[in-house]
Design a protein around this ligand. Sequence first.
Ligand SMILES: Nc1ncnc2c1ncn2[C@@H]1O[C@H](COP(=O)(O)OP(=O)(O)OP(=O)(O)O)[C@@H](O)[C@H]1O
Ligand SMILES: [Mg+2]
Length: 259
Amino acid sequence: MSAVSVSGLTAAYDGAPVLDDVSFELGAGQWHAVIGPNGSGKTTLLTIVAGSLSPVRGEVKLFGGDPAACRRRSQVAYMPQHENLEWDFPVSVWDTVMTGRYGHMRRDPLFRRFLPARLSASRHHAICQQALEEVKMDHLARRPIGQLSGGQKKRVLLARMLAQEAPLVLLDEPLVGLDKDSRRLILDVLRRQRQQGQTIVMVTHDLVNTLKYADQVMLLNRSLIAIGPPAQMLQDEMLTRTAAANWLDRAPALEQEDA
Ligand SMILES: Nc1ncnc2c1ncn2[C@@H]1O[C@H](COP(=O)(O)OP(=O)(O)OP(=O)(O)O)[C@@H](O)[C@H]1O
Ligand SMILES: [Mg+2]
């Protein structure tokens, strides 16, 4: 069964094409790595799968069904590239992680909403607490997120993702700029999640850990270059082909088609 099924996906910003006719299937319960040079459309692909951006053309299915319905049921969690976020917002670590529970809270039985907050939200509180403990950030729960280091911010985003309890998680460069301990912690958490049957889709530049952890690798440079087992995909020849893919040669054809 596929967790993510994408066919004929084309994406653009203000008419400028970014992804061209991308099709692939990602098996459920596996760890998938997405690798490509800067500007190759990796973040764009994740934001489309996460439902934050609409494609120009093509279809996305999650677990064989409608992505919007999956998102409403909190079946997909998204950990954004942290440098793309606004961190000056006056919100605490705890509140950030709690936003991961909002989708579940909406589906709480109605009677719960009439209970005192301490009872109605107790399950959500316990899950947030556990997520923060798992990333070793529970001692900083009341700290405003703007005051955290880069590695701590990544841990908070990971805790939020854990709190969502989604069977599909999308992570955009979760290991970038981290010290060795934070990197290890994040990889350990993801490995446990993978063992529990979660599907992981991770954009990364870290070839060593991809070789170690991923079940499948997708090479992307605006179009899909190749998809397959890590040992095969991470050979020099494949990486060179990915870096050299001159997609711009094909851009005029896309514009003509649009006209
Ligand atoms: N919001 C936006 N508006 C206009 N163009 C954008 C926007 N976001 C991305 N782009 C452009 O789309 C292309 C693909 O960007 P994207 O962020 O998806 O690449 P990426 O592979 O994630 O790159 P990186 O490795 O640097 O994170 C780039 O040329 C980028 O400049
Ligand atoms: Mg990116």
